[in-house]
Design a protein around this ligand. Sequence first.
Ligand code: NDP
Length: 327
Amino acid sequence: MFNALLVNKDDEGKTSASVTEISEDMLPDGDVTVAVEYSTVNYKDGLCIGPGGGLVRNYPHVPGIDFAGTVETSSDDRYKPGDKVVLTGWRVGEAHWGGYAQKARVKADWLVPLPDGLETRQAMAVGTAGFTAMLAVMALEDHGIKDGPVLVTGAAGGVGSVATAILAKLGYEVAGVTGRPDTADYLKSLGATQIVAREDLNETTKRPLEAETWGGCVDAVGGEMLARVLGQMKYGASVSAVGLAGGAGLPATVMPFLLRGVNLLGIDSVMQPYDNRLRAWERIVTDLPMDKLEAMIQPATLSDLPGLGKDILKGQVKGRVVVDVNA
Ligand code: NDP
């Protein structure tokens, strides 16, 4: 028997989440059973733990869209007992039981070996949010980052914190947008040199194009802020669109694309092929300073998760929540 955060749905459709002892034979089918060490709290997890169940496809359910741990048993030649592994994506924690448990069973294809130089706790301090931040930076690099500061929206959140630290380490000037002025020192400690107040970019403008300001952008917010930012990009610059913390709509015009050749790059971490995942994890080891990663960590246990799920949906989590599932 082992502990898991189990989400149940009653006959009236009301969901509840609590730490419950479950047995290994309840785990879903898969090639590899992993002794989970750490998981994290991402925006999607907040939706899955919260009322209504968000993206959960089957009940009872173990949420947790990512985890890192040690292989216990494997029927796939690529993994053997004792191997350290990390998982993000593949709708684990939504359609397949995830990382909020002391054990998980998954398809071997969904795993990647933990890269040399990274421990399981550090891998989950990065987690889905940080992995996605790396993908977003790689997409900007592929399209060319222009002169001028690189803007990071939702900067004090998970994606934003990791993107800020990576971009600063790579030598870019980073401007972080935040709605929480009290996080300015934190963002500067990660390497941001400019703090932009959220309200400055939330105000709508009738002008589809404004002064060319940003050499690139990692956007975790979407909505009106993304629309505004598109009109402030330098000629030929790119925006990696990662998230929708500020809304799923996009009240933009085509002018930034037609008159400034701006690229809007969609970033999806869920269905990344194995080679891309491996490449991104290897880049994380080289391009994310571990002392800065340490400064982002908020430790948590399985029983903290219902409260943390609410916090992340309200945009109140700073940095990365790392869940020690054995604590
Ligand atoms: P967090 O909650 O940690 O960060 C989001 C940040 O956005 C908040 O901390 C806050 O930053 C800012 N924010 C929140 N609400 C608003 C608002 N109404 N208007 C403007 N800014 C707001 O979440 P994550 O960083 O983990 O994820 C960010 C987004 O990226 C989510 O939408 C998530 O679903 C998505 N995502 C997408 C992935 C993909 O594969 N494409 C993978 C991972 C995440 P501040 O206080 O600094 O303003």
